[in-house]
Write a protein that binds this ligand. Structure first.
Ligand SMILES: [Mn+2]
Length: 440
């Protein structure tokens, strides 16, 4: 199937599922807004624009103020905001896309020169719901604003990816893989965090705000800061932890790799080999029917086993997990759903009605409590870090003697390890979207 045909197929699925959601929630029409710019406090500067994900689920057109009108049995209408403006570049759809966009034939497209005109083009709709940010406009038009039941239903549908969405995610992975290869090369030449970041974005071929999230480029001890944002100038790191993705047609990849330079401590290198192996083993277990939370627990067991093997934990895997000794080393969840949003919606939803299953008390940062099912795309990203803040209470706790503090102190300057792939669940197992483009 061509990409174009895949998109039209995706739209057919969207239409069918929206009709079900509308009838379920008691509406006759759905209006999706693409969003609005928002400015920083007391400033006229705008934050980078992010399309409302519900709009992006239908149409990859960028920019604010567009509306999409969905009615049962009708081709969706796209009301495109197309102002005349001398401050910002404006162009026809064809000029923006370099030809007719592949998605254009899926919509009746009309244009409007002002935001008021966009709402006027909408006309009168009976019993319609609005999802988006222009609440005043929607209320004035008599729409029900962001109704919870309908939104939850649509969130649920977002967690099952169509073949078109999988293609977009694969393209996003392929782009990120180029960046990761360039980053590794730069690291091995002794580059700084900032230089590695630049090598990454140059290879992906975009500017920073077009990435799905800010890159995490951490040398040595900074790898133990889970969302490290700095970009130091210091060169010749012994360890690189890089967590970076790329976007394609509104869908993002989310990939982490950890690399050790030849001069790195051999004990850390052995942990890295162990983490690589156990990450692949965890990926291997992904198939429909397994609880994601169960996979997370298996991750803890494997990480505890690796720490025991290294002599860092003196308790064996079962005992260590039971006593909570693996938690300071692996404090985050094993992964999260992925799609239009990096931490995609509905990870803790049990069904289309929005029933919610919170993270278990012992694993508060687990981002998905779902049963694994075909069509889901999520990350598998075990980590092993030396985080002084989390280890501190254990130094004086009841189980202090179960840790090799000397080794921990010697490895702490090397930060940590995270290895993250993106997986598509199939009816019989899974497809690792990342390894196809980034084998290591
Ligand atoms: Mn992630």
């Amino acid at each position: 199937m061509t990409f174009n045909a895949l998109f039209l197929d995706h739209l057919t699925t969207r239409q069918k599922q929206a009709e079900e959601a509308l009838s379920h929630a008691g509406f006759d029409a759905l209006v999706l807004g693409s969003g609005e710019h928002h400015t920083y406090f007391a400033d006229d500067q705008e934050a980078p624009f992010h399309t409302v994900p519900h709009f992006a689920h239908w149409c990859p057109l960028q920019g604010p103020h567009h509306l999409l009108v969905i009615r049962p049995g009708q081709k969706p209408t796209l009301i495109r905001y197309a102002p005349e403006d001398f401050w910002y570049e404006q162009a026809s759809l064809e000029a923006i896309w370099g030809g007719t966009p592949y998605w254009a034939e899926g919509f009746e497209i009309v244009e409007a020169p002002t935001t008021e005109a966009v709402w006027e083009r909408l006309g009168k709709l009976a019993k319609a719901a609005f999802i988006g940010t222009d609440l005043a406009g929607a209320e004035k038009a008599g729409l029900s604003v962001n109704p919870d039941k309908l939104t939850k239903h649509l969130d649920w549908t977002r967690s099952f990816k169509t073949p078109y969405e999988v293609k977009c995610l694969e393209a996003a992975t392929e782009l990120a893989a180029r960046g990761h290869k360039a980053a590794l090369e730069a690291f091995l030449q002794g580059a700084s965090e900032l230089e590695i970041h630049h090598a990454y974005v140059q290879a992906v071929g975009c500017v920073d705000h077009e990435l799905p999230y800010g890159t995490i480029v951490a040398l040595d001890e900074k790898g133990a800061i889970l969302h490290y944002e700095g970009k130091r100038h210091l060169r010749n790191g012994r360890v690189l932890l890089i967590d970076a993705g790329a976007k394609s047609h509104g869908y993002g990849s989310d990939i982490t790799r950890t690399w050790a330079a030849p001069a790195c401590d051999s004990r850390f290198k052995a942990l890295l080999v162990g983490m690589e192996k156990l990450q692949l083993e965890l990926c291997d277990e992904v198939k429909p029917g397994l609880h994601y939370g169960e996979l997370h627990k298996r991750g803890h067991l494997k990480i505890a086993g690796l720490l025991h093997e290294a002599g860092i934990l003196k308790a064996d895997a079962e005992e260590a997990v039971e006593l909570g000794l693996s938690k300071p080393f692996f404090p985050h969840g094993l992964g999260h759903h992925l799609g239009i949003q990096v931490h995609d919606v509905a990870g803790k939803q049990l069904g289309p009605d929005g029933e919610f299953k919170p993270s278990p008390a012992e694993h508060p940062f687990l981002r998905t409590t779902r049963v694994i099912d075909a069509g889901q795309v999520f990350t598998v990203e075990p980590g092993l870090y030396f985080i002084p803040m989390l280890l501190r209470p254990f130094r004086t706790g009841d189980h202090a003697a179960k840790f090799d503090w000397k080794q921990i102190d010697e490895l702490t300057p090397l930060g940590g390890i995270r290895i993250e792939d993106n997986l598509l669940v199939t009816t019989t197992g899974h497809q690792n979207l990342t390894r196809a483009h980034l084998p290591n």
